[in-house]
Write a protein that binds this ligand. Sequence first.
Ligand SMILES: [Mg+2]
Length: 286
Amino acid sequence: MQRRFPDVNAETFPEDHPLRRCHGFIFDVDGVLCRGDDPIPGSPEAIDRLRRGGKKVAFISNNSTKSQSSYVEKFARLGIPVDAHDLVLSTYGTAQYVAAQKPQARVYMVGAPGLREELELAGLVLTDDPMEAEYVVVGSAFDGSGRVREDNIDRITGALRALYHAGAKFVATNPDRLFPAQDGVIPGTGAVIGALSYMLDQQPDAIIGKPSPHIVRIALERLSLGPDECAIVGDMDTDMLSGERLGMTRVFVRSGAMTEEKLLTLCAKPDFAFDAVIDMLTFKEA
Ligand SMILES: [Mg+2]
């Protein structure tokens, strides 16, 4: 019988490496491969070595403001060549989820142009009339400085009306409550979810980003691999939780926003922990 996967060459993982048996690796982006626009040292090399060793890789992000195509350019700047097929952002995942539930559904959106682009690419029909909406899709209403975006100024009211009067379904890109900007935290998508949930006393019908497994499932489908064949690599409890929910191997890296001590208090125990993704390959586990 033909082998399903090529042999892993020695330069990817040594013979006795416990991650050698994983055929696919799903990477979070911020805090794992980069900080903002700066690559974390060794991350492009790590991805390159995994690929050369026959491993499949995919990248997931809760980012709710960018389209897949704009992220391809970000990765090029980081020195990690990808095409859109390697990426699953929460914008894309949300658009795919809604389109699978109801093709060509009428959507009232709160969020950035990158979210609009993915919703349109998925064949959904964007409407500015809350009373027409079948779905309300919520991403972040804020710009990078934490101001409500000009084009979102009346959209929380619009979304409220679509949910309250028109009975639209409530889908959110990601549950992140806040986002670390350069000069302090700014509200995340969770600020919009929280406002609507509180007003309506109703939780969203679905949230696509981590720690929900939806976004990871889409990445697994991309790799044509099962969860037990793959590892998830992340810097936050949400990465570990989404992997745990699907039964994946969980790899924590200390290069991001959360300390290992904090992680362990949140009941999201990883299988392995490393300082950075490049250390994963040599298995210098501390
Ligand atoms: Mg991260």
